[in-house]
Design a protein around this ligand. Structure first.
Ligand code: GDP
Length: 298
C-alpha cells in the first residue's frame, strides 16, 4: 500500500541521516529533502511540505545545538511532531463529542462515490456498539436507488431508517426524519445527503438547505482518501459552503497515497475522526494522529 511506502521512505531518510558519522547542516538538509520528496510523491501539497521543512529546521538549529546532544533523536522527534502537526493543523480543541441521551444530529456531506452512505452506516454501527441509539435519514433524492441503499445498510446495522420515494425536496425529508427520530428518543440521528457527481452550485445549495432545516450538531465531510492532489481543493470547497466540523477518509485500504489526508485536514481545519479501511460495516477505525504517524513510520 502506498501509504506504507510514504512511511518507509521517511524512515529510510531518517536512517540514512543516522548512519552519517557526523550530523551537520548538509546531512540534515539532505534528509529533509528526501522527506519532502516522499511527501510530495504522496500528494501532500507543496506549501505544506515547505512549511514542514521550515518548521523542522527552526526546531533543529544546528549551530546552537550543543555538542554531545543526541541530534538524531532530536531530529526524529521534530519530524514526528511536525507530521502530527500537519494532521492536527488548527484542529486543537475542535473535536466534537456526542452527548449520550441528547438528540445528536450529525449530517454527512461529500461527493457521490466518496463512500458517504457506507460511512454513515459504519458510523451508526460504531456508536450503536457504544450504547447509542442511532437512526439513519436519507436526504438524497437526487440519485435513484439512494434510499434503497441506505435501507439495506441500515438493516445490516440494525438501525431504523427514514426516507421517501415520492418527496423530492431533500430539506423536507431531512427535517421530517430528524423530527421523527427525536420524538422516538433516538440519541444519534444521522442524515445522509446527496453527493451528485461533482462540486456544483446545486449540490452546495442543497447542502445548505438541509443544514438549515435540521441544524446539525456536527457536519462530517467524507472524502475518498485516494484522490490525491485534488483533496485540498475539494475539501476547501465543502468547508467554504457548510460548517464542516470533522473529516472521515475512506478507502485507505486500497492504493491511497495518504497525502490527501494531510491536505484535507489543512483545508478544513477539522480533525480526521475515523478512517474507512474496507467495504464492510466494521472496516472502520477511530483515527488517532499519533498512532497513525507512528504506524506510518513503522
Ligand atoms: P456515496 O455515493 O458517497 O454514498 O458512496 P457509497 O457509500 O455508495 O460508496 C461507493 C463505493 O465505495 C461502494 O462500492 C463502497 O462499498 C465503497 N467504499 C466505501 N468506503 C470504502 C472503504 O473504506 N474502502 C473500500 N475499499 N471501499 C469503500
Amino acid at each position: 500500500m502506498v501509504l506504507a511506502e510514504l512511511g518507509s521512505k521517511i524512515s529510510r531518510a531518517l536512517q540514512q541521516m543516522s548512519n552519517a558519522t557526523l550530523i551537520d547542516e548538509a546531512v540534515l538538509n539532505a534528509c529533509l529533502k528526501e522527506i519532502g520528496n516522499a511527501l510530495m510523491q504522496a500528494d501532500v501539497k507543496v506549501d505544506l511540505v515547505i512549511g514542514l521543512r521550515g518548521n523542522i529546521k527552526k526546531r533543529v538549529n544546528m549551530e546552537e545545538m550543543a555538542a554531545g546532544l543526541n541530534k538524531r533523536k532530536i531530529i526524529e522527534k521534530a519530524v514526528f511532531d511536525e507530521l502530527c502537526g500537519l494532521l492536527d493543523a488548527g484542529t486543537e480543541g475542535a473535536k466534537f463529542s456526542l452527548k449520550k441521551g441528547k438528540p445528536n444530529v450529525v449530517m454527512f456531506v461529500g461527493l457521490q462515490g466518496s463512500g458517504k452512505t457506507t460511512t454513515c452506516t459504519k458510523y451508526a454501527y460504531h456508536y450503536k456498539k457504544e450504547g447509542y441509539k442511532p437512526a439513519l435519514v436519507c436526504a438524497d433524492t437526487f440519485r435513484a436507488g439512494a434510499f434503497d441503499q441506505l435501507k439495506q445498510n441500515a438493516t445490516k446495522a440494525g438501525c431504523p431508517f427514514y426516507g421517501s420515494y415520492t418527496v423530492t425536496d431533500p430539506a423536507t425529508i431531512a427535517k421530517q426524519g430528524v423530527d421523527r427520530f427525536k420524538e422516538d428518543g433516538r440519541d444519534l440521528v444521522i442524515v445522509d445527503t446527496s453527493g451528485r457527481h461533482k462540486q456544483e452550485a446545486a449540490l452546495f445549495e442543497e447542502m445548505r438547505e438541509v443544514s438549515e432545516a435540521v441544524r446539525p450538531d456536527l457536519i462530517i465531510f467524507v472524502m475518498d482518501g485516494s484522490i490525491g492532489q485534488a483533496a485540498y481543493d475539494q475539501a476547501k470547497a465543502f468547508k467554504d459552503m457548510v460548517e464542516v466540523g470533522a473529516v472521515i477518509l475512506t478507502k485507505l485500504d486500497g492504493h491511497a497515497k495518504g497525502g490527501g489526508a494531510l491536505s484535507a485536514v489543512s483545508a478544513t481545519k477539522s480533525p480526521v475522526i475515523f478512517i474507512g479501511t474496507g467495504e464492510h460495516i466494521d472496516e472502520f477505525e477511530e483515527f488517532e494522529t499519533k498512532r497513525f504517524v507512528s504506524r506510518l513510520l513503522g
